[in-house]
Design a binder for this molecule. Structure first.
Ligand SMILES: NC(=O)c1ccc[n+]([C@@H]2O[C@H](COP(=O)([O-])OP(=O)(O)OC[C@H]3O[C@@H](n4cnc5c(N)ncnc54)[C@H](OP(=O)(O)O)[C@@H]3O)[C@@H](O)[C@H]2O)c1
Length: 255
C-alpha cells in the first residue's frame, strides 16, 4: 500500500508534534508513507515518537527541537529538515496554545503568549517553509501542501471566554486564505483544518474555562486521530483538487 500512496517519497514537517493533534497527524502521515519531521520544544517526546514510528512500516521520522516563537530557530529546523529529507512537500502548521478566561480575569501575559505562538509561530514557520514548498511543487510530485490547524474559533467566536484565542485563529484563517490565493498558480495548496473540541493536553490541562458549546449535558470530544484524518484527506487529494477548509466537530457540539 505504501508504495501506492500519494505520500510515498514525500516529507512532511509537523509542528507541535510532541503531543495531541500534531503527534497523531505525524503518525497518520507516516502510516501513509510520508517521511515526517517532528518539530516542537519537548525533544524527549519527539525522540520517543520518532523511535516508535521508525519501528513501524511507513515513512521515516526525525526530531527537530525548536520554539516556534523563535524565528531563527524555526528557520534552522525547517532548513535542516529539508536538507535531511531532500525537500519539504507538506507543512502542517499545528503548534498552538490556548487559555480561555473572561477578559477581566485574564493574565495579559497569557494573551501575549497566544499571539506569539498561534500567530507569530505560524508566520515564522510558514515563512521558513514556503520557499521549500514552492520548490517541491515545481518538482516531480507537482504539488505541495501547507495545512494550518486553526479551530472552530477561527470561523466564528464560540463564546466570550474565547476572546484572544478566537482572535489568533481568525488571524491565521485570513493569512491562510491570502496564501491560498497567492500560491494556487504555483500548486502549493494552502488549507485550514478547524477542529471543535479535541481531547488533548490543551483541553485537559491548560484550559481555565470551557467554552460554552451550547450542550447542557456535555458531549463526546473528538480524538486527535479524527483531526489527523482530516489533514491526511487534504494532502492526499489528486493534484487538480484542493480541499481548502475542513471543519470537524464532535457530533454533539453545537457551537
Ligand atoms: N484541543 C482542541 O480542542 C483544539 C481545538 C481546535 C484547535 N486546536 C488546535 O490544535 C493545535 C494543537 O493543539 P492540541 O490540542 O493538540 O494541544 P497540545 O496537545 O497541547 O499540543 C500543542 C502542541 O504545540 C506545541 N507547542 C506549543 N507551544 C509551542 C512553541 N512555543 N514552540 C513549539 N511548539 C509549541 C506543543 O509542543 P511543546 O510543548 O513540546 O513545544 C505541542 O506539541 C493548536 O493549534 C490548537 O489551537 C485544538
Amino acid at each position: 500500500m505504501l508504495n501506492g500512496s500519494p505520500l510515498h517519497g514525500s516529507l512532511a514537517v509537523v509542528t507541535g508534534a510532541s503531543s495531541g493533534i500534531g503527534a497523531a497527524t505525524a503518525e497518520a502521515l507516516a502510516a501513509e508513507g510520508a517521511d515526517v519531521a517532528l518539530l516542537a520544544r519537548r525533544h524527549d517526546r519527539l525522540t520517543r515518537l520518532a523511535e516508535t514510528l521508525n519501528a513501524r512500516d511507513g515513512g521515516r521520522a526525525r526530531a527537530y527541537e525548536a520554539d516556534v516563537t523563535d524565528a531563527e530557530a524555526v528557520r534552522a529546523a525547517v532548513d535542516a529538515a529539508a536538507e535531511d529529507g531532500g525537500g519539504i512537500d507538506i507543512l502542517v502548521n499545528n503548534a498552538g496554545t490556548g487559555v480561555w478566561s473572561p477578559a477581566l480575569e485574564a493574565e495579559l501575559s497569557d494573551w501575549h503568549t497566544m499571539v506569539e505562538v498561534n500567530v507569530n509561530g505560524v508566520l515564522n514557520t510558514a515563512h521558513a517553509a514556503l520557499p521549500h514548498l514552492v520548490r517541491a511543487a515545481g518538482g516531480e510530485r507537482g504539488i505541495a501542501d501547507l495545512v494550518t490547524v486553526s479551530s472552530v474559533g477561527g470561523r466564528r467566536v464560540p463564546g466570550p471566554n474565547s476572546n484572544v484565542y478566537a482572535a489568533t485563529k481568525h488571524a491565521v484563517g485570513a493569512f491562510t486564505e491570502a496564501l491560498r490565493q497567492e500560491f494556487a498558480p504555483a500548486h502549493v495548496r494552502a488549507g485550514l483544518v478547524e477542529p471543535g473540541i479535541v481531547v488533548t493536553e490543551l483541553t485537559t490541562a491548560r484550559r481555565k474555562y470551557a467554552p460554552d458549546a451550547g450542550s447542557p449535558s456535555g458531549y463526546g470530544f473528538l480524538q486527535p486521530e479524527d483531526v489527523a484524518a482530516a489533514v491526511v484527506f487534504m494532502v492526499t487529494r489528486p493534484r487538480h483538487a484542493a480541499v481548502n477548509e475542513i471543519l470537524v466537530r464532535p457530533t454533539e457540539q453545537i457551537r
